[in-house]
Each structure stands twice: as C-alpha cells, then as structure tokens.
Design a protein around this ligand. Structure first.
Ligand SMILES: [Fe+2]
Length: 510
C-alpha cells in the first residue's frame, strides 16, 4: 500500500461491504498484461474473454488491494475499425485482478478480435471465433487438443506450432500446471516450492502463463479446458490426496480458485469453496458436440493404494478385488447420468468426449497375473464398461474419445469388453502425447502391445499435440511431434495420420 498514493483510491464508505475500493487512476509499475489474454467457451452468439492484471507477475503486492477498471473491445477486424461490442468490468483483488468477460450479441461462426485496456495500458490483441449457429450445417471443424505441460521439462514449442495451425479451437485436457518439480534434464525452473496456498497457486499460474508461446496459442484461438490432477496435486481423487493430507479440501479450494482465475471460463464455472462445475457440453452446429468431462472432482478413491498412502498403484485382481467393484465411479454418479443423457442418437454428427485420461484398457502385465495402473480408467473398469455400454445402446453418432495424462500418443479401439476379441468396437480413442512432460522408454511401451491388441498405435518418443479435422463424412486425426521439447525453436513433424469414417468406429490408417 505504501507504494501507492492513497488519494488515488475512491473509498466507497457505506457501500464498502459489497463494493471493493477502486484504484481510479491506475499507473502500473510494468505491463499489466504480462500474462497475456485468452478466450474460451464459445457459443454461437458469444465467447468468454480473459485476462489478469499482473504488472509484476510473481509479486502480488505490485497491485494495491483495490479493484481496477478494465475496458474491453471486440471487433470484426484486427485493426478495431469495426467494434461490435465493448464494455467495462472490474478486476478485483479477491480474484487476483483477473478479468472474465462474457462478450455476447456476436454472430455465429466468425472470427473476432478482442483487447483490454487498463489505465494507459493496452493489451495484446487476441483472435477468437464463435461457434456455428445451433443445428446449422457446418462443413468443417478443425481443432487441436493437448495436455501435460510440465514447465521445467521443456519449452512450449508445441504451442507455437499449434498457434500457427489452421484451427477453430484448442481443447486442453489437463495438467496445465504441475504442482511439483520432478523429472530430468530441466530447461528452466518453477518460480518456487510446491504450492499449497492460493497465493502460491497464483504464482504457479503466473510462472506458466509468462511463457510467450503459451500466450500465443491462447491469443490465436478460443479454448475449451478441463483439468487433471496436477492442477491441484499428483494423483488426487475427490477429497483424498496422495499423502492423505487432512486439510486437502482447503488446498483443493485454493487450487480450484487459482484455476478459475487463470482460465477463459464463464461465470457459471466460478468455484464455491472446494467445488467447481467444470464439465459441460459445447455444440458446433450439427457437426460436433463436445462433452467436456471432469475426471478428478467426483471420483471414488483409487483402489488399493500403497500402505499408508493415497494415490495410484499398479495392482492385480487377486490382491485387489476392490478395483472391480461395480459401484466404483470415475465421473461420479451425477456426472455419469448427465453424460449418458447427452449421448443422444439424434445429436451431432461427431460426439467428442474430451476428458483427461487414457480410456482404453492397458494391461501393464498380461494374464494370468494381469496388473493395471489404478489412477486412470483402468482403476474404474465398471464405470468404463457402463459408459461404453451406454454408447453402444444410445448410439450417439461417431463417438470419439480424446485424452491425455499418459504422455504418449495412443490410438485405440474402445470396446465394452476389452478381453473379448469379438466384442464390437463402439468408439474411437485418440490420446495425445504431452506438450513437454517426459514419457517412459519406448521399449516399455512396445512391450505392452501384445497384451493390448485393441491399441493401434502407442508412441511416447516425442512431445506434441493432436489435430482433428471433422467433416460430415470423416474425422482426420494427425499426430504431431516436436523434434525436441528441450529447444524453444524446435520444428514439428507429423508422426502419423488416421481417419475415422462416418458410421464406422475405429481409426483407419491413411
Ligand atoms: Fe501429465
């Protein structure tokens, strides 16, 4: 406070209970838009716009504990000659001076450009795109999906290449930040120790979001987002952390709030203590429906953790019959019901299940002593069977599951019974490699192929992302890989391409 002239504050006397003090004529010590701008959750008539004022990103005291007025504009052209909507909002200290604007009154299926202003400062310009009109025909939708961007293990060249792609949308599937420092051959370091408090999580996001390539990818397209474990803590499940922290829900509340503060989300996602509604459906005309799922908040605890611990384990059926219990759920009962109801046969041409994990069964050790990793869908096989049976029965058109978490590219046939060679393929899975997080030796992945014949491709050599191009007749998937995540200027290449034909689940090689 001492750094600021108190005369600059308009202190609303009686209304102070509800209205934050206003820093009426802000003068910033640095660029207040140093964390960039973003957009997301596109609708046919609007989009969510985001920024956070942070003139000194790792120093929360660089701004006074007062609200700051932020102006925003959205235009039909990059030069802002044709501004179609503008307004003013408050960046409030209780949300780390983040800004969430819902620009509406826009036209469907078109590009817009947006920017923010605070004091004398003007933000970079972002480009975004509205969704096509409800039930309208759409010729093509092309999007990228990505996950797992441990900051220390690599640069974000993948984001720079994504930003240069011809896309309508980016879907991010979790591990946007990592709470812990781990892995080998670091190229840079986190800003501080593992976060537990809101202030620490805010600084972790500030560290990640300072990356220019990540900012570039946000500025290029609207994003849809979900989270995985590392936005809070490795391997957490619902209210249980891997180290059985008795105060874990307080930590989760801090992490969820920091996530909300740093993502281009709508107000409907604003957290309430340790609860936050993240799952939702997003339609793109008649062509595509995204079912964005939350795989962490509502799940049952992992079965059979190591003694005295929470979190994941590699477990066999003899030692751990609990894994197979029919009532175990990964999405939670309410989200399972919501998802089932959304999987209608008369919906979109393509049903994209956007979720953080690998869905296909992956036996880590073959029969007779089969073993599974308990943190992914393999830890919840009854829930997976329920979902795939619901798909088989309700017959949503062309279900395609996209995921992350495992840090390798994986293409799989999804079946209600993976152990029965004659069980029909009911959905197609594309699981993407990581943006920067390290994988395991390829020889170990290759060794999994024999016991998992429904896996069509498994490749963890390289980091990257996946693009899907949807048309009425087919889905073209391209698996992109960096030369090296250890170089910010790394080139990109296409590892493989697959096609899913309308009405025919399962990826075909092109
Ligand atoms: Fe990850």
């Amino acid at each position: 406070m001492s750094r600021f002239d108190r005369r600059d504050f308009l202190i609303a006397a009686a209304a102070a209970l509800a209205v934050p003090r206003l820093w009426a004529r802000p003068a910033f010590s640095g660029d207040p838009f140093a964390l960039g701008i973003a957009s997301g959750a596109p609708l046919p008539d609007g989009v969510a716009l985001w920024t956070r004022l942070a003139p000194d990103p790792l120093n929360a005291d660089a701004l006074p504990p007062a609200a700051i007025e932020v102006r925003w504009e959205i235009a039909r052209d990059e030069a802002f000659r044709d501004i179609v909507r503008h307004g003013t909002t408050l960046a409030e200290p209780r949300f780390a001076h983040s800004v969430h604007v819902e620009a509406d009154g826009l036209e469907p299926a078109r590009w817009y450009w947006y920017r923010f202003m605070a004091g004398e400062a003007v933000s970079p310009v972002g480009r975004t795109r509205t969704a096509p009109a409800a039930n309208s025909p759409v010729d093509r939708l092309r999007f990228a999906f990505a996950s797992c961007q441990q900051y220390e293990q690599g640069f974000y060249a993948a984001h720079r290449h994504m930003a240069a792609e011809d896309l309508d949308l980016v879907v991010f599937l979790g591990d946007y930040i990592y709470e812990s420092s781990w892995g080998s051959r670091h190229v840079r370091k986190h800003e501080g120790p593992e976060p537990y408090t809101l202030a620490q999580y805010r600084n972790r996001y500030a560290c990640y979001k300072s990356d220019p390539d990540l900012q570039r990818c946000h500025a290029a397209f609207p994003w849809l987002v979900t989270w995985d474990d590392h936005e809070v803590d490795n391997d957490y499940a619902n209210d249980r952390s891997e180290d059985l922290d008795p105060f874990f829900l307080a930590r989760r509340a801090a992490a969820y709030q920091a996530y909300w503060e740093h993502m281009p989300l709508r107000r409907s996602a604003m957290p309430d203590g340790p609860h936050m509604r993240l799952h939702g459906r997003h339609d793109f005309g008649r062509l595509a429906r995204f079912h964005v799922l939350d795989g962490r908040q509502y799940r049952d605890h992992q079965a059979c953790p190591r003694y005295g611990r929470g979190g994941s384990n590699v477990i066999g059926d003899a030692a751990c019959p609990e894994r197979l219990l029919p009532q175990r759920s990964l999405l939670g009962a309410a989200q399972e019901r919501w998802l089932r109801e959304g999987l209608a046969a008369d919906g979109a041409r393509w049903n994209i299940l956007a979720q953080p994990l690998l869905m296909a069964q992956l036996q880590r050790q073959p029969a007779p002593e089969r073993r599974f990793w308990s943190d992914g869908w393999d830890g919840y096989p009854a829930a997976r069977t329920r979902l795939l049976q619901a798909i088989a029965e309700r017959k949503p058109a062309n279900p395609v599951v996209i995921g992350g978490d495992v840090h390798f590219h994986c293409v799989a046939d999804l079946k209600a019974d993976f152990d029965n060679a004659r069980s029909p393929v009911v959905a197609t899975e594309f699981c993407g490699t990581s943006i920067s997080s390290q994988s395991q030796p390829q020889a170990r992945l290759d060794a999994l192929r024999a016991a998992n014949p429904h896996i069509r491709l498994i490749d963890g050599e390289k980091r990257g992302y996946v693009t899907l191009e949807l048309t009425e007749g087919r889905c073209l998937a391209q698996l992109h890989v960096l030369g090296s995540e250890k170089r910010a200027d790394s080139p990109i290449a296409t590892l493989a391409a697959f096609v899913v034909e309308d009405g025919r689940p399962g990826a075909q090689t092109t």
